[in-house]
Design a protein around this ligand. Sequence first.
Ligand SMILES: Nc1nc2c(ncn2[C@@H]2O[C@H](COP(=O)(O)OP(=O)(O)OP(=O)(O)O)[C@@H](O)[C@H]2O)c(=O)[nH]1
Ligand SMILES: [Mg+2]
Length: 344
Amino acid sequence: MFSFFKKKDAPASPEAPPSLATPPSAPPPAAPAASPPWRDRLKAGLARTRAALTTPLGELFSRSRIDDALLEDLETTLLTADCGVDATHWLLDELKAAVKKNKLDSPAQLREVLAERMASLLAPLEKTLDVSPHKPFIIMIAGVNGAGKTTSIGKLAKYFQSQGKSVLLAAGDTFRAAAREQLKTWGERNNVSVIAQESGDPAAVVFDAINAARARGIDIVLADTAGRLPTQLHLMEEIAKVRRVIQKVDATGPHEVLLVLDANIGQNAVQQTKAFDQSIQVTGLVLTKLDGTAKGGVLAAIARQCPKPVRFIGVGEGIDDLQPFRAHEFVDALLSGTEKPENK
Ligand SMILES: Nc1nc2c(ncn2[C@@H]2O[C@H](COP(=O)(O)OP(=O)(O)OP(=O)(O)O)[C@@H](O)[C@H]2O)c(=O)[nH]1
Ligand SMILES: [Mg+2]
């Protein structure tokens, strides 16, 4: 039914980021003729997280009463979904306080409180990216190898175009010719220009792209960069230089520094966010591959440990599988199906 579930042979999300010598990613797959509504795709995408959650949660919430055993099992479940120790304990403290204060005794009520507290935890991360203050609005994309940067740029180009904005792509991943080709393919699919150079310096490519965008009156520049690990200090210095060069061309830029995180990496997302933030001052996150993971709870860990606006979330490889993050919708999708069965 859903495009990304059909692709049984779709490249598996890497457990560990591949090295720079990783073979080029496959070209973007064709968009489905008619996609199911986003809400359905989000729910389907989060099915695995929910499965990790629902088996125990469904069971927990259909128990007859709230007791210590239930709260302990809930703690394990939240940790399994990668909420992290800090967020899990915060949530449990909140739940225990609500149980006491409101004299709750039914697990169904506990589910309601969990949904409500989870939503309030994630709500501060919901901040729409406003691209109107600058023209061109310069967005720099960073992240580890294979996180989904280039694919997200392809999806973002379509998204911004659908908002009536013109877009230009900068092929700042100059490590591999295939990376340039991958971006060009997305450019063709979206009918937008891609500024690339045969070889050389990513900062120079981005410099050219910003000037081209100015000359052409383009609204948004999306600058791709090569994947890198925060431990690769020379590469972190290189991306910091890209940032500095952008600032030289436009003293107000970059207007957004998006860190792309693969949801499969779970708790590592917290470390990556902190490390990239230190080098390039991250202003927003894109969380990809929520369809392939049992770890959607990582957003709760991010909310507690390194809060940054989650601008977009991705639940598939298709061009429409990326949307702005909405906390309530996310929590609904995460917990849907965990209601206490009617007849119990
Ligand atoms: N299932 C799924 N796959 C995704 C998602 N986003 C990206 N991918 C896939 O992840 C793989 C890597 O994506 P890329 O966009 O090439 O990642 P990248 O960060 O640009 O990789 P490098 O440039 O090599 O560092 C591709 O096969 C994408 O199709 C997503 O939300 N869900
Ligand atoms: Mg890439």
